[in-house]
Design a protein around this ligand. Structure first.
Ligand SMILES: [Fe+2]
Ligand SMILES: [Fe+2]
Length: 153
């Protein structure tokens, strides 16, 4: 498994979680429940963005013409953390629901851009063996991948 396989697999898990959250959202009765849903997503999304930055984006840092895009994707990671945190502070239920949905859409758009533009560049810039070594490093630090391998045992 390469680092890119691992990151894309995590995207798939998040996309399923986002769909589940959207399914339950209309039935949620309090802002505290909306905040709980945000907190469930925050830590794994933060870890995903951190691993991506440390293990994958760094590979493109030397390709100067990609700097603007990388800077924006780094900024997206901070923005995603902040969007969910801000939803937790909203006191109006309908507004909290709407803002959580907007945060999920922002994540979906970010994943989509990574998969369409950045990941193919990383795959082009690095040797397959290097991508596999990074994949091993990712696996050892990814809570989601550890969780899914525990589920299989
Ligand atoms: Fe990302
Ligand atoms: Fe990602």
């Amino acid at each position: 498994m390469t680092i890119i396989d691992g990151l894309v697999a995590e995207h798939r898990v998040f996309l399923m979680l986002f769909d589940q959250v959207e399914c339950v959202l209309p039935g949620v009765k309090t802002v505290d429940e909306v905040a709980l849903l945000c907190r469930l997503l925050e830590a794994p999304l933060h870890d995903h963005g951190g691993a991506e930055t440390d293990l994958a984006y760094i590979a493109l840092d030397h390709i100067l013409h990609q700097q603007n895009r990388l800077t924006r994707l780094h900024h997206d990671h901070q923005e995603i953390d902040g969007l969910l945190k801000r939803v937790e502070g909203i006191k109006d239920l309908q507004k909290a629901r709407t803002q959580l949905k907007a945060a999920l859409d922002a994540c979906r758009a970010h994943f989509n851009e990574e998969e369409l533009t950045v990941f193919p560049l990383i795959e082009k810039a690095l040797q397959h063996e290097t991508l596999q070594i990074l994949g091993k490093a990712w696996k050892s630090q990814s809570h989601l991948s550890q969780q899914s391998s525990m589920d299989r045992t």
